[in-house]
Design a binder for this molecule. Structure first.
Ligand SMILES: Nc1ncnc2c1ncn2[C@@H]1O[C@H](COP(=O)(O)OP(=O)(O)OP(=O)(O)O)[C@@H](O)[C@H]1O
Ligand SMILES: O=C(O)c1ccc[n+]([C@@H]2O[C@H](COP(=O)([O-])O)[C@@H](O)[C@H]2O)c1
Length: 196
Protein backbone atom coordinates (compact mmCIF):
# COMPACT_ATOMS: atom_id res chain seq x y z
CA UNK A 1 0.00 0.00 0.00
CA UNK A 2 1.24 3.50 -0.82
CA UNK A 3 2.40 5.47 2.17
CA UNK A 4 0.68 8.82 2.78
CA UNK A 5 3.06 11.28 4.31
CA UNK A 6 1.69 14.15 6.38
CA UNK A 7 2.54 17.55 4.91
CA UNK A 8 3.52 19.60 7.93
CA UNK A 9 4.05 23.35 7.62
CA UNK A 10 6.62 24.88 9.94
CA UNK A 11 5.93 28.49 10.82
CA UNK A 12 8.60 29.95 13.10
CA UNK A 13 8.60 33.28 14.85
CA UNK A 14 8.74 35.11 18.13
CA UNK A 15 4.91 35.41 18.17
CA UNK A 16 5.04 38.33 20.60
CA UNK A 17 2.04 38.08 20.43
CA UNK A 18 0.55 35.76 17.78
CA UNK A 19 -2.03 37.75 15.75
CA UNK A 20 -4.66 37.24 13.04
CA UNK A 21 -2.07 37.87 10.28
CA UNK A 22 -0.17 34.73 11.34
CA UNK A 23 -3.32 32.68 11.92
CA UNK A 24 -5.11 33.62 8.68
CA UNK A 25 -2.04 32.78 6.59
CA UNK A 26 -1.65 29.35 8.24
CA UNK A 27 -5.41 28.69 8.05
CA UNK A 28 -5.34 29.38 4.29
CA UNK A 29 -2.39 27.04 3.68
CA UNK A 30 -4.23 24.21 5.48
CA UNK A 31 -7.64 24.72 3.89
CA UNK A 32 -6.34 25.30 0.35
CA UNK A 33 -4.32 22.09 0.29
CA UNK A 34 -0.72 23.33 0.56
CA UNK A 35 -0.19 21.43 3.84
CA UNK A 36 -2.18 19.15 6.15
CA UNK A 37 -1.07 20.90 9.35
CA UNK A 38 0.83 23.98 10.51
CA UNK A 39 3.04 23.86 13.56
CA UNK A 40 3.79 27.25 15.12
CA UNK A 41 7.35 27.02 16.42
CA UNK A 42 7.89 29.68 19.06
CA UNK A 43 11.47 31.01 18.84
CA UNK A 44 13.23 31.04 22.20
CA UNK A 45 14.46 34.26 23.70
CA UNK A 46 18.04 34.88 22.64
CA UNK A 47 19.85 35.22 25.98
CA UNK A 48 22.46 37.53 24.40
CA UNK A 49 19.95 40.06 23.11
CA UNK A 50 18.17 42.66 25.18
CA UNK A 51 14.48 42.72 24.33
CA UNK A 52 12.52 45.25 26.31
CA UNK A 53 9.10 43.86 25.54
CA UNK A 54 9.71 40.25 24.47
CA UNK A 55 7.58 38.13 26.78
CA UNK A 56 9.08 35.01 28.34
CA UNK A 57 9.12 31.88 26.16
CA UNK A 58 6.42 30.09 28.18
CA UNK A 59 4.05 33.03 28.06
CA UNK A 60 4.35 33.46 24.26
CA UNK A 61 3.80 29.71 23.93
CA UNK A 62 0.70 29.98 26.16
CA UNK A 63 -0.74 32.64 23.83
CA UNK A 64 -0.09 30.44 20.77
CA UNK A 65 -1.68 27.46 22.55
CA UNK A 66 -4.77 29.56 23.28
CA UNK A 67 -4.99 30.63 19.62
CA UNK A 68 -4.73 27.12 18.15
CA UNK A 69 -7.07 25.39 20.61
CA UNK A 70 -9.94 23.56 18.90
CA UNK A 71 -8.55 23.59 15.32
CA UNK A 72 -6.94 20.17 14.83
CA UNK A 73 -4.71 21.27 11.93
CA UNK A 74 -2.75 23.71 14.13
CA UNK A 75 -0.21 22.89 16.80
CA UNK A 76 1.72 25.15 19.20
CA UNK A 77 5.28 23.90 19.52
CA UNK A 78 8.12 24.48 21.97
CA UNK A 79 10.43 22.28 19.87
CA UNK A 80 13.13 24.98 19.58
CA UNK A 81 13.16 25.65 23.35
CA UNK A 82 15.13 22.42 23.74
CA UNK A 83 17.67 22.94 20.93
CA UNK A 84 21.12 24.56 21.19
CA UNK A 85 21.08 28.34 20.62
CA UNK A 86 20.93 29.96 18.18
CA UNK A 87 18.46 27.47 16.72
CA UNK A 88 19.35 27.38 13.03
CA UNK A 89 16.44 26.26 10.87
CA UNK A 90 18.44 23.41 9.26
CA UNK A 91 19.03 21.87 12.70
CA UNK A 92 15.37 22.30 13.66
CA UNK A 93 14.13 20.70 10.42
CA UNK A 94 16.61 17.81 10.60
CA UNK A 95 15.66 17.03 14.18
CA UNK A 96 11.95 17.23 13.35
CA UNK A 97 12.47 14.84 10.40
CA UNK A 98 14.27 12.32 12.63
CA UNK A 99 11.61 12.54 15.33
CA UNK A 100 8.63 12.37 12.94
CA UNK A 101 9.61 10.03 10.06
CA UNK A 102 6.02 9.86 8.75
CA UNK A 103 5.97 13.58 7.92
CA UNK A 104 7.39 15.90 5.26
CA UNK A 105 8.28 19.36 6.53
CA UNK A 106 7.39 22.54 4.64
CA UNK A 107 9.13 25.67 5.82
CA UNK A 108 6.75 28.63 5.57
CA UNK A 109 8.61 31.90 4.93
CA UNK A 110 7.81 35.34 3.54
CA UNK A 111 9.23 36.59 0.25
CA UNK A 112 11.45 38.96 2.27
CA UNK A 113 13.09 36.01 4.04
CA UNK A 114 13.43 34.13 0.73
CA UNK A 115 15.37 37.12 -0.68
CA UNK A 116 17.93 36.59 2.12
CA UNK A 117 17.73 32.80 2.18
CA UNK A 118 21.22 32.27 0.69
CA UNK A 119 22.65 33.86 3.85
CA UNK A 120 20.93 31.34 6.15
CA UNK A 121 22.89 28.41 7.54
CA UNK A 122 23.12 25.55 4.98
CA UNK A 123 20.41 26.79 2.58
CA UNK A 124 21.29 24.13 -0.04
CA UNK A 125 20.83 21.36 2.52
CA UNK A 126 17.42 22.74 3.51
CA UNK A 127 16.35 22.62 -0.16
CA UNK A 128 17.69 19.08 -0.69
CA UNK A 129 15.96 17.56 2.33
CA UNK A 130 12.86 19.64 2.98
CA UNK A 131 10.28 21.86 1.23
CA UNK A 132 9.74 25.62 1.27
CA UNK A 133 6.53 27.61 0.78
CA UNK A 134 7.03 31.32 0.05
CA UNK A 135 4.17 33.71 0.71
CA UNK A 136 3.94 37.30 -0.58
CA UNK A 137 5.31 40.28 1.31
CA UNK A 138 4.79 43.91 0.28
CA UNK A 139 7.50 45.05 -2.14
CA UNK A 140 8.46 41.52 -3.28
CA UNK A 141 7.20 40.19 -6.62
CA UNK A 142 6.61 36.43 -6.31
CA UNK A 143 5.75 36.12 -10.02
CA UNK A 144 9.24 37.19 -11.10
CA UNK A 145 11.01 34.44 -9.14
CA UNK A 146 12.59 31.36 -10.71
CA UNK A 147 12.37 28.77 -7.99
CA UNK A 148 14.32 25.56 -7.41
CA UNK A 149 12.51 22.21 -7.08
CA UNK A 150 10.79 21.74 -3.69
CA UNK A 151 10.17 25.49 -3.43
CA UNK A 152 6.73 26.90 -4.20
CA UNK A 153 5.28 30.40 -4.17
CA UNK A 154 1.80 30.48 -2.62
CA UNK A 155 -0.49 33.35 -3.46
CA UNK A 156 -2.13 33.82 -0.09
CA UNK A 157 -4.31 36.77 0.88
CA UNK A 158 -2.51 38.70 3.62
CA UNK A 159 -3.52 40.89 6.53
CA UNK A 160 -1.04 43.68 7.08
CA UNK A 161 -0.72 43.39 10.85
CA UNK A 162 2.46 43.12 12.92
CA UNK A 163 3.09 42.22 16.54
CA UNK A 164 5.00 45.49 16.96
CA UNK A 165 1.92 47.45 15.91
CA UNK A 166 -0.26 45.52 18.38
CA UNK A 167 2.20 45.91 21.28
CA UNK A 168 2.48 49.65 20.69
CA UNK A 169 -1.29 50.06 20.52
CA UNK A 170 -1.86 48.09 23.75
CA UNK A 171 0.81 50.12 25.51
CA UNK A 172 -1.10 53.26 24.47
CA UNK A 173 -4.24 51.81 26.10
CA UNK A 174 -6.05 50.87 22.87
CA UNK A 175 -8.43 47.91 22.66
CA UNK A 176 -7.07 45.68 19.85
CA UNK A 177 -9.55 42.80 20.22
CA UNK A 178 -10.34 42.48 16.49
CA UNK A 179 -6.67 42.04 15.55
CA UNK A 180 -6.27 39.05 17.87
CA UNK A 181 -7.83 35.66 18.48
CA UNK A 182 -10.48 36.27 21.20
CA UNK A 183 -8.76 33.95 23.67
CA UNK A 184 -5.37 35.66 23.09
CA UNK A 185 -7.03 39.04 23.59
CA UNK A 186 -8.65 37.77 26.80
CA UNK A 187 -5.34 36.47 28.19
CA UNK A 188 -3.45 39.65 27.30
CA UNK A 189 -6.04 41.67 29.19
CA UNK A 190 -6.29 39.29 32.16
CA UNK A 191 -2.50 39.13 32.62
CA UNK A 192 -1.99 42.86 31.83
CA UNK A 193 0.57 42.02 29.13
CA UNK A 194 2.34 44.71 27.06
CA UNK A 195 0.99 47.51 29.24
CA UNK A 196 4.42 49.06 29.99
N1 LIG B 1 0.58 39.90 8.88
C1 LIG B 1 1.36 38.86 8.61
N2 LIG B 1 0.98 37.96 7.68
C2 LIG B 1 1.76 36.91 7.39
N3 LIG B 1 2.97 36.67 7.97
C3 LIG B 1 3.39 37.52 8.89
C4 LIG B 1 2.62 38.66 9.27
N4 LIG B 1 3.29 39.32 10.22
C5 LIG B 1 4.43 38.64 10.41
N5 LIG B 1 4.52 37.56 9.63
C6 LIG B 1 5.60 36.57 9.55
O1 LIG B 1 5.43 35.63 10.57
C7 LIG B 1 6.69 35.16 11.06
C8 LIG B 1 6.71 35.27 12.56
O2 LIG B 1 6.31 36.54 12.86
P1 LIG B 1 6.88 37.42 14.03
O3 LIG B 1 6.67 36.74 15.31
O4 LIG B 1 8.23 37.94 13.69
O5 LIG B 1 5.73 38.52 13.87
P2 LIG B 1 5.76 40.01 13.50
O6 LIG B 1 4.35 40.47 13.48
O7 LIG B 1 6.58 40.27 12.26
O8 LIG B 1 6.50 40.54 14.79
P3 LIG B 1 7.31 41.86 15.18
O9 LIG B 1 6.46 43.02 14.76
O10 LIG B 1 7.46 41.71 16.67
O11 LIG B 1 8.63 41.78 14.43
C9 LIG B 1 7.76 36.06 10.41
O12 LIG B 1 8.41 35.29 9.42
C10 LIG B 1 6.96 37.20 9.83
O13 LIG B 1 7.54 37.68 8.60
O1 LIG C 1 18.71 29.22 10.03
C1 LIG C 1 19.02 30.38 9.72
O2 LIG C 1 20.16 30.66 9.33
C2 LIG C 1 17.96 31.46 9.85
C3 LIG C 1 18.24 32.79 9.55
C4 LIG C 1 17.21 33.76 9.67
C5 LIG C 1 15.94 33.38 10.08
N1 LIG C 1 15.69 32.07 10.37
C6 LIG C 1 14.34 31.62 10.84
O3 LIG C 1 13.31 32.23 10.09
C7 LIG C 1 12.16 32.49 10.91
C8 LIG C 1 11.73 33.94 10.76
O4 LIG C 1 12.78 34.75 11.18
P1 LIG C 1 12.58 36.33 11.43
O5 LIG C 1 13.96 36.81 11.84
O6 LIG C 1 12.09 36.89 10.14
O7 LIG C 1 11.54 36.41 12.52
C9 LIG C 1 12.57 32.12 12.34
O8 LIG C 1 12.02 30.87 12.65
C10 LIG C 1 14.08 32.04 12.28
O9 LIG C 1 14.64 31.06 13.15
C11 LIG C 1 16.66 31.14 10.26
Amino acid sequence: MEETRIKTGIFGGSFNPIHLGHLALANYLCEYGEVNEVWFLVSPLNPFKVHQDLLKDELRLQLVQAAVEGYPRFKASDFEFHLPRPSYTIHTLDKLARQYPDRDFYLIIGADNWAAFDRWKSPEEILQKHYVLIYPRPGYDLGALTLPPRVKAVHTPLLEISSTFIRTAIREGKDMRYFLHPEVDRLIKELHLYRK
